[in-house]
Design a protein around this ligand. Structure first.
Ligand SMILES: Cc1cc2nc3c(=O)[nH]c(=O)nc-3n(C[C@H](O)[C@H](O)[C@H](O)COP(=O)(O)O)c2cc1C
Length: 240
């Protein structure tokens, strides 16, 4: 299956066969990551593929591998990591490999590959135990009118994007020149400070779905003049 079709079928996988994937499969994954599109080329980032001895998770499920993601902490680095590695989530699932973003986790007995980069977030992956894909009716998502100022079928790939605790804090507006603005809803009660970080990763994730669905026309900028919206943070403008 290609990456775009995977948008309509993927789901977070939390049950794995603990047999590690082959070295060849991991090398192909490294190759994909090296060629993924970045949102902000000015930010250096790095990753490691770790086995279970080198990552921890709050939840008790187990996985044979995790991608530990590190970055320079400048500008829109959280978006950038979300954007790059949501392409990886789609790549893995397109190949029948399960994956799940994990905010509540991190490296364990693991040396940071680059001291200038901070650990950001991780993604577990491996051969799924059970069904990998979901039916289109199984997506639990907001309707388009809740995430956009206009009903617009071009935003369906964005609507289906995964987000931390399925919070879907994205909001889209349409500009007269055909471009879009992306905003992040400010949370009323910030019970979990990490949620703010993860929601910024989510903004990159949702942009990745729009890029994968429109690879030839997708362009992103943070510099375009824009309207400020109440209780929303401007995240950038894009064309698709
Ligand atoms: C930034 C981010 C952090 C996440 N952290 C966790 C986590 O710590 N544990 C977990 O089980 N799922 C985690 N998830 C998965 C979400 O719960 C899941 O994507 C969301 O509920 C939508 O479900 P779906 O991915 O199956 O479509 C995370 C997802 C994102 C995007």
């Amino acid at each position: 299956m290609n990456l775009e079709d995977t948008i309509y079928k993927r789901q977070s996988i939390r049950k794995y066969d603990n047999t590690p994937l082959s070295e060849e499969t991991l090398d192909e994954l490294r190759d994909f990551i090296d060629n993924a599109k970045v949102l902000n080329p000015g930010i250096a980032w790095s990753y490691d593929i770790a086995g279970p001895e080198n990552f921890r998770m709050l939840q008790r499920f187990k996985a044979p591998h995790a991608l530990l993601l590190f970055s320079q902490t400048k500008e829109n680095y959280l978006q950038n990591i979300g954007f790059i590695f949501q392409q990886v989530d789609l790549y893995l699932q397109s190949r029948g490999i399960g994956s799940c973003w994990i905010g509540a986790g991190g490296p364990k007995n693991h040396e940071n590959p680059n001291p200038d980069h901070e650990f950001v977030i991780m993604m577990i992956f491996g051969k799924p135990q059970g069904r990998i894909y979901r039916e289109s009716t199984e997506f639990q998502r907001k309707i388009i009118c809740e995430i956009s100022d206009e009903r617009d079928s071009k935003l369906i790939p964005a609507r289906l994007a995964p987000s931390a605790a399925n919070s879907q804090t994205w909001y889209f507006t349409h500009n007269d020149d055909g471009s879009y603005n992306l905003y992040r809803n400010r949370r009323k009660f910030n019970l979990n400070r990490k949620m703010d970080t993860w929601n910024q990763v989510d903004m990159g994730i949702v942009l990745a779905h729009l890029y994968v669905a429109n690879p030839d026309t997708f362009e992103f900028t943070r510099d375009k003049p824009h309207e400020e919206l109440k209780n929303k943070v401007f995240e950038g403008s894009f064309t698709i």
